[in-house]
Design a protein around this ligand. Structure first.
Ligand code: NDP
Length: 234
């Protein structure tokens, strides 16, 4: 079955692996990007999820080119790490704007079409640290923990119309984001990871592919860790 899929931040990292996995599953997939375009073979729309006009335009383009979005993967995310006493309002608000408000904005737009179709899959990319907490990441953990509340509320709001809403919580995955981390922090995370290694974007994508697929039809409101054992127990 080919579905119309939109992956935010699908131009690189985990988002790109998700897009690739869904293309392989036979879906029609578009990714969003800001400055860096994805590889040429992947349809892409420019979209900063913090900008309502860009989100509206991106959905219009996707709807025209591949049909109304049936599977949304809200993956775009940023970090602005720092201990709370040094964290500015701007550091806090920028992270919430991208990771939380941006995800809610795209979910709301996608839900319009999903309600009309009486079918849809909303998948939010959170993080294992949403529930373990993480020093220096008050902004990031707040945004990622909030996505769990968002997904579970949407599971209730939209469930009777055949729409599921789930959360994937990756642990330390090898991308630009985790490579920007200090060696010391990285070692601390690995020490807390039962499998004692970083994950690959493809390992996260495989779980997203399952949640987007027919076999996950009775899964909603779930938080699925893909974290090698980091932060077990959602
Ligand atoms: P990267 O930093 O490699 O990629 C982040 C992606 O998000 C990029 O595509 C980026 O676009 C996009 N993005 C950021 N802000 C915006 C915005 N305002 N509007 C649109 N797109 C935006 O990170 P990862 O691939 O590692 O992370 C993907 C998701 O997984 C994130 O939500 C992250 O929090 C989460 N995650 C990652 C973990 C890891 O260890 N890597 C662990 C747990 C969760 P652009 O190229 O334009 O900057």
């Amino acid at each position: 079955m080919s579905r119309s899929v939109l992956v935010t931040g699908g131009n690189r990292g985990i988002g790109l692996a998700i897009a690739r996995a869904l293309v392989e599953a036979g879906d029609r997939v578009t990714v969003t990007y800001r400055a860096t375009k994805p590889p040429d073979d992947l349809p892409a729309v420019p979209c900063d999820v913090t900008d309502p006009a860009e989100v509206a335009a991106a959905f219009d383009q996707v709807t025209r080119e591949q049909g109304p979005v049936e599977v949304l993967v809200a993956n775009a995310g940023i970090t602005r790490d720092g201990l709370l006493l040094r964290m500015t309002d701007e550091d806090f608000e920028d992270v919430l704007a991208a990771n939380l408000t941006g995800a809610v904005r795209v979910a709301r737009r996608a839900a319009q079409d999903m309600l009309a179709a009486r079918w849809g899959r909303l998948i939010f990319i959170s993080s294992a640290v949403a529930l373990t907490g993480s020093p220096g990441q008050v902004n990031y953990t707040a945004s990622k923990a909030a996505l769990i509340g968002v997904a579970r509320s949407l599971a209730w709001e939209l469930g009777s119309r055949g729409i599921t809403a789930n959360v994937v919580a990756p642990g330390l995955v090898d991308t630009d984001m985790s490579r920007a981390m200090s060696e010391r922090r990285r070692a601390e995370y690995l020490a807390m990871t039962a499998l004692r290694r970083t994950g690959t974007p493809a390992e996260v994508a495989a779980v997203v592919r399952f949640l987007a697929g027919a076999e996950a039809s009775y899964v909603t409101g779930a938080v699925v860790p893909v974290a090698g054992g980091l932060g077990m127990g959602f």
